[in-house]
Each structure stands twice: as structure tokens, then as C-alpha cells.
Write a protein that binds this ligand. Structure first.
Ligand code: UT7
Length: 350
């Protein structure tokens, strides 16, 4: 028996925002963003739309794609770093929104590798016979991190833009503000006989460098766990050492891909399609150079969605599948690195 992805779906936040739109909020340029990250546009959710809403919408599509009734789902795994509430997590909220039975709903927080780690949890449950149909969801609303308040102006509904001082403030966060987007993506997994499905994983975690990408507020490291002082310092915005994360990614990702290939006795050149986390197009290009493989082997869609953290891998997989880049029998490699830090790779025979 192997674990197979039998259906996928995705949704974005409701509002498309181009690099040109962002230029009206902070000091940046379309050229800089494209050149350094590959991003051309991203979607931000409407105020009031939550991460569990995006997850539930994507899940409905994935169930329809799989032709699986929601009554059949017997485990939910929800990966997000931007939950609706401090607690409870989004898994139970999704269960309620979809009207699922009172099946177990697990929340996991592996940031950009949430989907990858979620795949391994799903695989373990399915192989152990503890679940027959798993709904794995990755969804994020990054908008709440953003330091600005003029959403209607950004969405073209108001003429009231930021003042020069506000623009200068937002510019302090421009390295992070331009990369993220809001989306939800989901996959339905089942164990089926045969050779197709997940072949194996290589997963790693190391907390040593967590301060290179973390949110330095809103946790029990502080008493109280959130404060006006932290908000005044804009600590709700992730703190990131972009250069360090970039270096980590281009070093560790090719290594972990080689590791999973060696464990499965597969040559890296045999992989038909790489579905890597969409953090920065340049990271993914560097990864393919390190593996000495043509760029076309990797499917990228960061140009249209930005970095959607836990949604990025299933969103890329969904599009690659629908566009025929992944066909029955294709050897697929999932890979990603995210805050924590967590990184890993998985091989799957489509
Ligand atoms: O999934 C989450 C994991 N995160 C990542 O994988 C992030 C990995 N890192 C990156 O992708 C890149 O480090 C960034 C895209 C975030 C930043 O690119 P960078 O080339 O590392 O830029 P930098 O932060 O070192 O800044 C270089 C210059 C600075 O100007 P000066 O000091 O040289 O004059 C920045 O102020 O680029 C400037 N800059 C910008 N300019 C225009 C930074 N962000 C922007 C911007 N627009 N948005």
C-alpha cells in the first residue's frame, strides 16, 4: 500500500496586488522585486476572511477533485503559521466549517515546510491503518503581519493613501512586505495498492538559528504575551535575516534532495518534476544549478502568488498537475525549508 494524493484544490485571498500597487505603499520598485524574488503579484485576503476560511474553501475543491464525499474524511491535518486565533488551531475550525464528522483534527506548525511534514504525518496514519481518508490543508493569511492600515487604498477603493512618514515607516519592512501572499491549498490522501504514491521522506529540524526568521512577540516568552509596546515597535512583522535564510536554503535543499534520493535508491536526474517551496525564485534556480539539472524540471508559480508559506507546495503541485507538468508515472520531488528551522524532501510516484 502506498499513500496517494487523490485530489487537490486551492484558493487565494480575494484581492490581487501587483508590485506596482505596492509601490504606492512603500519605497520599492517592480524591477527590484522581480529581479530579487521573481514575484510579480500576490493576493491579500479581504478583512474578515480567515485562514480557516481559505483552508475550508481549498478543501472543498480538493474533495470535489478527488470525488470523495466529506463524510469519508477521517483525519484533518492543518498546517499554518498564521492561525485565526492564538488558540484553538485551525483544524477544528475547518472541521466545523466543512461540517465534517467529529473526526480528529491535528494542527501542525512547520511554517514553509508545513505541508511536507503534514504529508509524512498523513502517510504514517494511513500506513498504520489509523485513517483511510486524510484531508491535509496548508493555508496562510500573511496580511495581518503587514505594518500598514490603508487596505482600501491598496485595493483601489479609496484615495486615502499613506502619508510620507507612514510610507517611510513601511519601507523599513520592505524586504519582507513584498514577498508574502495569502492562499489556501489542500490535498486528499488515501492508501492504495500499487507502486504509485509517496516513496519516502528526509526531514530535519534545528532550532539553533530560529532568530533568523521568527515573530518576536505574541508568545509566552513575554508577560503578558502581547503588549502595546510590542505593537509600537511593529514586532508583529516577522523578523528576518533574509541573506542568512537564503544561504541556508541554497545549501540545505540540494543536500536533503540528494539524501532522500539516496535512501530510495533513485538518481536525482530521474526526477521529472520538482515542487519546491516558493520562497524566492532565485533560491529555486540556485537549487537546480546545485543539482546540475535544467531549470525546466522545477515548477515555479511564485510569480503569481508570492510566498504563501504552508500553501505554497500544494498550490504548486496542484497547478503542475492541472497543467500536465506532472503525469501519471512522473517521479515528483517535494522540497522546502522554513522557519524553525525545518527542512526536508519527499519523493512521490504520481
Ligand atoms: O519562506 C520564508 C523563508 N524566507 C526566505 O526564504 C527569504 C530568503 N531571502 C530572500 O529571499 C532575500 O534575502 C530577500 C528577497 C528577502 C531580500 O533580498 P536581498 O537581496 O537579500 O536584499 P537585502 O535585504 O540584503 O537588501 C539589499 C538592498 C538594501 O538596500 P541597501 O542597503 O543596499 O541600499 C535594501 O534596503 O535592497 C534593499 N531592499 C529593497 N529595495 C527595494 C530590500 N527590499 C527591497 C524592496 N525594494 N522591496
Amino acid at each position: 500500500m502506498r499513500t496517494r494524493i487523490v485530489g487537490t484544490g486551492f484558493v487565494t485571498g480575494e484581492n490581487r496586488v501587483t508590485n506596482h500597487d505596492l509601490q504606492r505603499m512603500l519605497d520599492t520598485t517592480d524591477d527590484w522585486i522581480r529581479e530579487r524574488t521573481g514575484v510579480e503579484q500576490r493576493y491579500y485576503a479581504e478583512q474578515g476572511t480567515t485562514t480557516s476560511d481559505l483552508g475550508a474553501r481549498a478543501a472543498e475543491q480538493a474533495l470535489a477533485d478527488a470525488g470523495v464525499p466529506k463524510e469519508a474524511v477521517d483525519l484533518v491535518i492543518f498546517a499554518t503559521m498564521t492561525p485565526d486565533f492564538y488558540f484553538p488551531g485551525c483544524g477544528g475550525l475547518l472541521q466545523q466549517k466543512l461540517g465534517l464528522r467529529t473526526i480528529p483534527a491535528i494542527d501542525i506548525r512547520q511554517q514553509c515546510t508545513g505541508f511536507l511534514f503534514g504529508l509524512s504525518v498523513a502517510d504514517a496514519f494511513l500506513k498504520a491503518g489509523q485513517a483511510k481518508t486524510v484531508l491535509l490543508v496548508g493555508a496562510e493569511i500573511h496580511s495581518g503581519f503587514m505594518p500598514w492600515g490603508q487596505w482600501d487604498f491598496l485595493f483601489g477603493r479609496s484615495a486615502q493613501g499613506p502619508t510620507a512618514d507612514e510610507k517611510a515607516l513601511y519601507t523599513q519592512f520592505r524586504d519582507r512586505a513584498v514577498i508574502f501572499g495569502d492562499a489556501g491549498a489542500a490535498a486528499v490522501l488515501r492508501a492504495e495498492p500499487g507502486e504509485r504514491g509517496l516513496l519516502g521522506f528526509a526531514l530535519h529540524s534545528d532550532g539553533a538559528n530560529h532568530e533568523d526568521l521568527f515573530v518576536n512577540t505574541g508568545g509566552m516568552a513575554f508577560r503578558p504575551y502581547m503588549s502595546e509596546a510590542h505593537l509600537r515597535e511593529h514586532r508583529q512583522m516577522p523578523a528576518m535575516n533574509g541573506r542568512s535564510v537564503y544561504r541556508m536554503a541554497i545549501g540545505l535543499l540540494p543536500e536533503v534532495i540528494r539524501e532522500v534520493c539516496a535512501a530510495q535508491n533513485v538518481k536525482v536526474e530521474e526526477i521529472d518534476c520538482f515542487i519546491a517551496h516558493q520562497a524566492n525564485l532565485r533560491i529555486n534556480e540556485a537549487m537546480m544549478r546545485a543539482l546540475k539539472l535544467p531549470e525546466e524540471r522545477m515548477f515555479n508559480n511564485i510569480q503569481r502568488y508570492g510566498n504563501t508559506t504552508a500553501a505554497s507546495i500544494p498550490l504548486a503541485y496542484h497547478e503542475a498537475r492541472k497543467q500536465g507538468r506532472i503525469k501519471p508515472g512522473s517521479l515528483v520531488c517535494f522540497a522546502g525549508l522554513g522557519s524553525g528551522f525545518h527542512w526536508g524532501a519527499a519523493l512521490m510516484r504520481e
